[in-house]
Design a protein around this ligand. Structure first.
Ligand code: BES
Ligand code: MN
Ligand code: MN
Length: 462
């Protein structure tokens, strides 16, 4: 495309500063203390979308945080790209593990980001990646190179389950009509190994409560004679995996698609170094389901993980007590075809059935969502692949990710279009963790690659 590199060069500092301003606003959707900041972020994005060339921008109210919508329609006969992203971020806790405050962005060099990376909550997930699209639009409109129509839909509740966006999408089919959905909210293999995400896992998230005696008891007077809810819960949790780390919930794997030998062989070609993987995490071995590689375990296989567990005495010193209750939060990552509501029900039935006498259990489902796979022979995928080929000089590798963006399968169901996941983050960018960052190289590579997607998508659609 004409002079994208020089455009980026001329505007580099401004592009960085605008993102930095956005990152300073703590748009934490999970914590209502930050309500005004979340709303302010939506306003800022609205203003920036307008400046970048959208003809129409609006803040669409929902029962939760609003959706920022913008569009530039140049010709009804041309294809329409719908860009989705999210402006909300995860809570930054634990704060003491950040090397600089999460909402005071700083640029620092790292081994993987020799050109520097912006450190801030949301830098990679998803403000930085979402904003690449705003700047790509600015480039296309200001140089008169926008080849098709574009719509933006940026939400503020992705990190808390997107339930209001689901309603918005169902009620606005005509407004959101498009030929392809474009999202940058995933990752790529490495700086010199571009990849396009072709799959996302589904999710079922539940909270469990185990109750034993009606009050906390002296562990000497009652210990050994009544069920200890913490002992029971941990035993139940331990039973969820067998000796091969296979999940034991009856029916759990019924709809899991086994990939063919050929597909697995294809997957194994993606560059992966087990030693650097272990080194980066400071572990002496990987751990997981027998018969599958690390890359398979974290993408094409479902999982069950405890995310939090509590109960009893955890303060200073010792307290001899049998707690009345024990709790855990459990997530199951699902693969395409596994239905999250069905899996939640299977979990519930199983958890109730294995609870021993002497305790009662309560299971509360949280959010969930279906997995997603996208074919690599679609026009959208081909256009993305050509775009990366131009900017990285290499054909990108299709790769299924282990993460979830539950709304993507709903997009397909309601809007009948495929999503292309052009992620520019690295797994090591620490999303959801302390010291989240996004490479400056990645930010600008994204801005450079996106306009080419528009160009090739429009050409291939003819
Ligand atoms: N952007 C992530 C998902 C992601 C990250 C997918 C990297 C692939 C690679 C998204 O913001 C996210 O965090 N999703 C949640 C689920 C959501 C329902 C809270 C997740 O995957 O845990
Ligand atoms: Mn995200
Ligand atoms: Mn996230």
């Amino acid at each position: 495309m004409n002079n994208i590199q020089s455009y980026i060069k001329e505007n580099k500092d401004r592009f960085l500063n605008e993102l930095i301003e956005l990152l300073k606003i703590p748009s934490i959707s999970a914590d209502s203390t930050y309500k005004n900041d979340v709303l302010k972020t939506a306003e800022t994005i609205k203003t920036n979308l307008k400046k970048a060339g959208c003809d129409m921008v609006e803040i669409c109210k929902t029962d939760g945080y609003p959706i920022v919508y913008g569009e530039k329609i140049i010709d009804k006969n041309l294809p329409t790209v719908l860009v989705y992203g999210h402006y909300d971020v995860q809570p930054p806790d634990p704060l003491n593990l950040w090397n600089s405050p999460p909402f005071e962005p700083v640029i620092k060099k790292t081994a993987l980001h020799p050109e520097g990376a912006i450190f801030a909550r949301g830098a990679c997930d998803d403000k930085g990646q979402m904003y690449m699209h705003v700047k790509a639009l600015e480039f296309m409109t200001s140089t008169d190179q926008l080849p098709c129509n574009v719509k933006f839909m940026i939400e503020g509740e992705e990190e808390v389950g997107s339930s209001n966006l689901a309603i918005f999408v169902k009620n606005n089919q005509e407004k959101l009509k498009n030929d392809v959905i474009l999202i940058s909210d995933t990752g790529m293999i490495a700086q010199d190994v571009p990849s396009i995400t072709t799959g996302l896992r589904g999710l079922s998230y539940v909270e469990v409560e185990v109750t034993g005696p009606n009050r906390d008891l002296h562990s000497g007077l009652y210990g050994g004679a009544v069920a200890n809810p913490i002992n029971v819960l941990t035993k139940m949790i331990a039973s969820f995996h067998d000796e091969n780390n296979h999940i034991t919930i009856p029916g759990f794997y019924d709809k899991v698609e086994e990939l063919s030998k050929k597909e697995r062989a294809e997957m194994s070609k993606a560059p992966f170094n087990l030693d650097s993987y272990k080194k980066a995490l400071d572990i002496n071995a990987v751990y997981g389901e027998t018969g599958y590689t690390t890359n398979e375990r974290n993408s094409i296989r479902p999982t069950l993980d405890v995310n939090g567990i509590w109960g009893g005495y955890t303060g200073e010193g010792a307290k001899t007590v049998i707690a009345s209750k024990a709790f855990a939060k459990i997530s199951m990552r699902l693969v395409p075809h596994q239905d999250w509501e069905e899996i939640t029900q299977l979990f519930k039935n199983h958890f109730e059935s294995i609870a021993p006498e002497g305790v009662t259990v309560k299971i509360t489902p949280h959010h969930g969502g279906q997995g997603y796979v996208t074919p690599i022979n679609s026009i959208g995928y081909q256009a993305a692949s050509k775009a990366y080929q131009d900017t990285f000089g290499k054909t990108p590798i299709p790769q299924r990710s282990g993460g979830s963006i539950p709304i993507v399968s709903l997009f397909e169901q309601e809007l009948k279009s495929k999503t292309i996941l052009m992620g520019f983050g690295l797994d090591s960018d620490a999303i959801h963790s302390p010291n989240e960052h996004f490479g400056i190289f990645n930010y600008f590579k994204g801005i450079e690659t996106i306009p080419l997607f528009y160009k090739y998508f429009t050409e291939l659609s003819k």
